[in-house]
Design a protein around this ligand. Sequence first.
Ligand SMILES: [Zn+2]
Length: 161
Amino acid sequence: MDVTSFGIDHDLLLRGIYVSRKDMVGGDSVTTFDIRMKEPNREPVMDTSVMHTLEHLMAVYLRDHPVWAEKTIYVGPMGCRTGMYVIFKGDLEAEDIAGIITDTFTYITGFSGAVPAAQPKQCGNYLDHNLGITQWEARKYLNEVLLNLKPENTEYPRQRG
Ligand SMILES: [Zn+2]
């Protein structure tokens, strides 16, 4: 299957959930998802502290989940700060994870208390968190994108030629 993020047209890419790539690892499929929260080059990106808090909260929710913990390989920020990467075990499509990603962002918007694992022994930059703005960004993505997913929010625009 030819799935690669290199051929996508970032000028046309919207916010959404996209399959970035699929790989075989030791005979098993893994799918890397592009959890795109900002339109590339067309709106301000997220602050690094927001990416960091998102990473902690997404990781905690997915790794504690009764079904998805076992499938969760990796959660991390995109360098361009327009979204997050999540790698799940299995040959999956965006539709397969729309529910769990919606649940994850619902969890984040409702979270209260201290950011998990934001202590110097557990985190490489424990002061660099911002729960309030993370929840603002999570709520925006949840309401404007996840709860209103259209085909263009789950299928990459292909580069012509
Ligand atoms: Zn950290």
